[in-house]
Design a protein around this ligand. Structure first.
Ligand SMILES: [Zn+2]
Length: 82
């Protein structure tokens, strides 16, 4: 049984609390400020990865990833070139 299936069964049995349905507003921009974004994310779905690929990609010890539905993300400023 997959971990997500065990989680669903545990929530249904009342063993663990169901996931929060919290939304958090975030905003940011690219390094030069050309592309600006705003979104609402679920803070429980934010992940941090320390693998060497993420370290190389970001030039830092880790990369943070936040998932958001496409219709909740708003881009403003210049259009992305990638
Ligand atoms: Zn990684």
């Amino acid at each position: 049984m997959a971990r997500w299936q065990r989680r669903i069964e545990s929530v249904a049995a009342g063993v663990v609390a169901p996931p929060r349905r919290t939304r958090m507003k975030i905003d940011g921009q690219c390094h030069c400020g050309h592309v600006v974004y705003q979104a609402e994310i679920d803070p429980d779905q934010v992940s941090v990865c320390h693998c060497t690929d993420c370290q190389t990609l970001t030039g830092s010890p880790f990369r943070v990833t936040a998932f958001a539905a496409r219709d909740i993300v708003r881009l403003s400023g210049g259009a992305p070139t990638i």
